[in-house]
Write a protein that binds this ligand. Structure first.
Ligand SMILES: *[C@@H]1O[C@H](CO)[C@@H](O)[C@H](O)[C@H]1NC(C)=O
Length: 179
């Protein structure tokens, strides 16, 4: 039954984006990370040492009633703040620090009208975000950086400090996302 729900999501054009924000109030001004097209019950987290003051859930299909979850550090710890979307396409959780974000469904019957099993969901997976962005808005392909096995600890520290693209080591230049 769980597989059925997930495959319905996968074929849906809509998908939720999770934003981990260093600044409070879900402001992008301090830089952060983006978890694009995120699946339910998979927590998005950078590493044990990177915390966020706020987190937002964007592009939520209005017909989905999700539980937007902010997890206590480190990474995907206990749920620190949770809110139902109830038709909203955007939810901001402001009571950080969060080590990660994730979501689940309150009512699985709401998924594209399909009748699927309702049960308590547990988040087991902890997955790294796909994009990192700096306070100046410059974006980097974090998936590719992790795949290339570059040292992300230094990069995360620089991002956390509110740096601009000029402060980022040259080895990351190739991973910049041209917008
Ligand atoms: C990021 O890199 C991966 C490959 O490592 C690629 O599949 C993906 O399309 C890239 N994303 C962007 C936004 O460039």
């Amino acid at each position: 039954m769980k597989f059925l729900a997930l495959s319905l999501l996968a074929t849906s054009a809509a998908a939720i984006d999770l934003h981990l924000e260093f600044a409070g109030g879900c402001s992008t001004s301090g830089g952060g990370y983006i978890c694009y097209n995120w699946n339910p019950d998979s927590c998005c987290s950078v590493n044990a040492g990177t915390f966020f003051n706020s987190g937002s859930f964007r592009a939520i299909p209005p017909q989905w009633n999700i539980q937007a979850r902010g997890h206590a550090p480190p990474r995907c710890g206990t749920i620190r703040q949770q809110e139902d979307s109830r038709g909203r396409t955007y939810v901001c959780l402001g009571n950080g620090p969060f080590g990660g974000l994730g979501y689940g469904f309150n009512n699985r019957k709401m998924i594209r009208g399909a009748t699927v099993e309702e049960k308590e969901e547990t988040e087991t997976e902890c997955v790294q975000p796909n994009v990192m962005y700096l306070a100046d808005g410059t974006q980097y392909n974090y998936t590719a950086i992790v795949e290339a096995k570059l040292d992300t600890v230094e990069l995360n520290e620089i991002a956390k400090a509110g740096a601009s693209a000029a402060d980022i080591p040259e080895s990351f230049e190739a991973f910049k996302i041209v917008q």
